[in-house]
Design a protein around this ligand. Sequence first.
Ligand code: SF4
Length: 583
Amino acid sequence: IICQRHGCEPHRLLQILIDVQEMYCFIPPEAITFIARHLNLPRVNVEGAAGFYSFLSLEPAGRYRVLFSDNVTDRMLGNEELMRHFCNRLWLEPGKVSEDGLISTNFTSCTGMCDQGPTALINGWPVTRLSKERIDLIADLILSKSPVSDWPSTLFEVNDNIRRTDRLLGEPFEPGSAIRATLMRGADATLGELKLSRLRGRGGAGYATADKWTACRDSEGTARYIVCNADEGEPGTFKDRVLLNRYADMVFEGMTVGARLLGSTKGFLYLRGEYQYLLKKLEEVLARRCEARLLGTDILGEPGFDFDIEIHLGAGAYICGEESALIESLEGRRGKPRNRPPYPAQHGYLDQPTVVNNVETFACSAMIAVHGGKWFGETGTWESSGSKILSIAGDCTLPGIYEYPFGVSVREILQDCAAEEAYAVQVGGPSGILVSWKEFERSISFDDLPTAGAFTIFGRGRDILEAVRNYAHFFAHESCGFCTPCRVGTQLQKKLVDKIADGHGTASDLEELKHLGHLMRTMSHCGLGHTAPNPVLDMLEKFPGAYEQKLTSLSFEPAFDLDAALATARRITGRDDPWAHLP
Ligand code: SF4
């Protein structure tokens, strides 16, 4: 039935696997065989995809699957202590299923709720602002075997926390207005407005949107696709969550404008698995837009203007935020980045010209269609026009969503969110730049501090090494394993940072980290490997105090305490003489 619901189409494989996981709490081997037969795929491809995504499980999981978010801000808010409390209450071991098969629990990467953490996903539903009291309530509900759908709705409240608005969020937006403006102005003239606006992609890389769309329009193909990248996986980023919850019309309309400009009839919104709770609401918005003839056939009565948007769910793979990996995932495969060139604008989804843009970029495109490129380009800087939405979290009194014109300084942002004790800021998430207190005059812009949105604040007294350790673990977990410099490099980096944090590091380990970082930056296949050493290298350069007192010597030191490791042998043999210790 599940295969049929998805038309037995191979590129729907990930959606089929998500539905199977929902039904059985894991992907049974018989299901893999069955799906392979019905989709006419090699079994190994189905098993490979099922094993790739962290929200899919090849082993039975509990009927209640509790995943504690493990971003650095969750750590700062005590998620480890809360996980211990939960496990003690229910006699659980992290990473294991309870003996009665009722519950399984583990940590997961950032769930995009840093402004209201600590957070856990319970069967995919986010519970924010966790406390021991909330954990006790959750434990009682699980023990009473109450279905998650019957739990008090207050548990699942997610706030938007919009604290500051500017061009994008502050202007009213009427559904249909961007499409009407595009139809009146014409496709070429609207593309001209996009160029005039100097809009650059908001996903972090900052490629000129008009150039990308023009390249797609001018590429040979039998179809063109518009893909909205809502796989907001960079730890510390959560602004797309708010855009989709509150401004979905603006985002869908930006996609529809793109469809008109490029002659596309099909679009996808790739929604990260952690935001599955938004799916129903987004589908309702799409249905409403179809009724209002803002989607479907002959949009707004324009003959031949046909466009549909389909929502495709991710399943917990950070690498799928990379546009070519996202397309692989859309086609039902493991999210492995493709070789580039060719770029998706020439050969993307199903080998056809495809535009992939971030949620915020499409929202900007809709506003540019309404107000024109000049209006948009009036704010920000020449290189970075318009505004940027930031996801602010960490050591500040007012975490949440802040929209600023590009060019705003770090210091001004820190004042607005009441981060008086700020000592460092990770701008752009782990793959971004770690900014020290000496650099707070630097500005948010593509030519200084580019960011997809994350702005994580560390106050005085925070252990920067622990934050960097969290990031090193994140990259080691999220490397897709395709190329050696990243697959091995992220693991070695994690081990070296652990060694230093555990008090066994030496000066030669620092040199090794630098050498490794250089290797990953230059030899890795995609952006994940290129940026994975950023937090470590920034710490080595800007925060010597974070690691210097932990170093033991200049020369080699083993990564664990040999003498302590012999303690068990001494106890068993009853020996404690000098010969039973290392010299
Ligand atoms: Fe995969 Fe890392 Fe290589 Fe990118 S750099 S392809 S994430 S292994």
